[in-house]
Design a protein around this ligand. Structure first.
Ligand code: NAD
Length: 469
């Protein structure tokens, strides 16, 4: 592995963490990668103070000047793409080529998109709404934003958070997951060179210590977290201390509804890809398949064959031994349910933290595997009768992030998509993202948008300015 300084970035200085070290393990082979010193509480305070001091000048910069720095940062990400892909691959066990080709171009594009988008942000009104007075709307930055990321797409989630917050004129204290800090730390030197001190600070540490302190600190005006529902609830409680603005992206349990007029082979190919991508550690994973009764058996048979042909190395391992145990627990409990059939996989693999791509057929709506987020390479299949039942079951879920409909009938597709309560509905496709389009949920998947103008606006406050004329 190429060496780089494992230091935090506080107020433009690269410093060693002063608290305990977290040990990073490569889930591909369970070997220790390195140890990363975590930030102490005093260092979190220092970073927040620095972000506060940097805020007025960063906010006063023109959109164009901020954008220029973000463009340069995007260029650095591109220049370091191979190193970053290698680090993410070692840290998460992700297949290197996938990381390099799928994630790296999107990551730099998010910075470029928000750099340009911020220059197009506008207030919605300007006029005389009372006689003798002119009103206008401004969108101003919120202030210091604490940002807390998960381990499944560490640098991608960093880009989703950091780019809009900085483009809108906020300053940031960013905490990656304690398991996956390597890529953002590998960019600390670039951040130090490109951004004014204090504008973007990078801290490592546990959620229960560093994350909690960030979320409860009085000088942090907004906290954004991507993580589990449990973490989202804790962050909400911490944020209550100074009535912080919150931006939550939490779990998911995406339904895929396959009607009997769909292209079955296309469906099967997409399910085998997007139900298992990143080992299913994805809040939008296509993990809850509903198939209309007259094509049910054909879909199950074809998907079983396809899933048996997935190589575990192509989708990567689970992030840790603990995560694999959680996944294994779900499947072992499913094995004890008489009506469920494990038609593919169902076991841990004797290598790193790998788990067999698994398909569970004949699932019923109330089964645990249908209702709970497994966050592993496990997909359930449930038979449905008609459109109404499919809509009812798809929506009968505490999450509301992603969903998908498969049919050749465009009217049915539109009718069903209008009835679904999910942040995104893909029709005859899956997992397609564009920087211009929003990502975010309903219900316990949280609220707040990432990507798009909506993501940018989430990091601003709407203000009314009135002048007596
Ligand atoms: P997690 O909740 O364990 O951790 C997420 C982050 O929150 C980490 O940085 C962690 O240190 C921090 N954290 C934990 N407890 C905290 C606390 N009390 N206060 C402040 N910060 C705290 O999540 P994870 O296991 O890293 O990621 C998996 C989860 O994230 C899944 O549920 C997944 O669905 C969700 N996720 C959602 C999206 C989305 O866009 N909706 C994207 C990716 C992942």
């Amino acid at each position: 592995m190429e060496k780089f300084d494992i230091r935090l970035l506080i107020n433009g200085n690269m410093v060693l963490g002063e608290a305990e070290k977290s040990v990073l393990i490569n889930p591909d082979n369970n070997e220790v990668i390195t140890e990363v010193p975590c930030a102490s509480i005093a260092q979190v305070d220092e970073a927040i103070q620095a972000a506060n001091e940097a805020f007025p000048a960063w906010k006063r910069k023109s959109f164009a000047d901020r954008a220029e720095i973000l463009y340069k940062f995007a260029d650095r990400i591109d220049q370091k793409a191979e190193l970053l892909a290698k680090l993410e691959s070692i840290n998460c066990g992700k297949p290197y080529q996938r990381m390099l080709e799928d994630e790296m171009p999107a990551i730099s594009d998010h910075f470029r998109f928000f750099a340009g988008a911020s220059r197009c942000m506008s207030g919605s009104a300007s006029g005389e709404y009372l006689e003798g007075f002119t009103s206008m709307i401004r969108r101003d930055p919120v202030g210091v934003v604490g940002q807390i990321a998960p381990w499944n797409y560490p640098l991608m989630m960093g880009a989703w958070k950091i780019a809009p917050a900085l483009a809108a004129g906020n300053t940031v204290v960013f905490k990656p997951s304690e398991c996956t800090p390597l890529t953002i730390l590998a960019l600390a030197e670039d951040i130090k060179e490109l951004f004014p001190p204090g504008v973007l600070n990078i801290l490592t540490g546990k959620g229960s210590v560093v994350g909690k302190h960030l979320a409860s600190h009085d000088k942090v005006q907004m906290v954004s977290v991507t993580g589990s529902v449990g973490t989202g609830k804790q962050v909400l409680q911490s944020a209550a201390s100074n009535v912080k603005r919150t931006h939550l992206e939490l779990g998911g349990k995406a339904p895929v509804i396959a009607f009997d007029d769909c292209d079955i082979d296309d469906l099967v190919e997409n399910m085998a890809m997007w139900g298992y991508y990143n080992a299913g550690q994805d809040c939008t994973a296509a993990c809850r398949l509903y198939v209309q009764e007259n094509i049910y058996q054909e879909v199950v048979d074809k998907l079983t064959d396809a899933v048996k042909n997935i190589h575990a190395e192509d989708i990567g391992p689970l992030i840790s031994a603990e995560q694999r145990e959680i996944v294994q627990g779900f499947v072992e409990r499913a094995k004890k349910v008489p009506h469920l059939k494990i038609t593919a996989g169902g076991n841990a693999i004797d290598k790193g933290c790998y788990y067999e791509p698994t398909l569970i057929a004949d699932a019923l709506q109330d089964d645990e595997v249908v209702q709970e987020e497994i966050f592993g390479p496990v997909v359930s299949v449930t038979k449905f009768k008609d459109v109404d039942q499919a809509i009812e079951w798809a929506n009968d879920c505490k999450y509301g992030l992603a969903s998908s409909i498969w049919t050749k009938d465009i009217q049915k597709a539109h009718m069903v998509s209008s009835m679904l309560q999910f942040g995104v509905t893909w029709i005859n496709t899956y997992f397609m993202y564009a920087s211009e389009m929003p990502h975010g949920g309903f219900k316990m998947s949280g609220y707040g948008k990432d990507l798009s103008m909506y993501g940018l606006e989430d990091y601003t406050v709407v203000r009314h300015i009135m002048v007596k004329i």
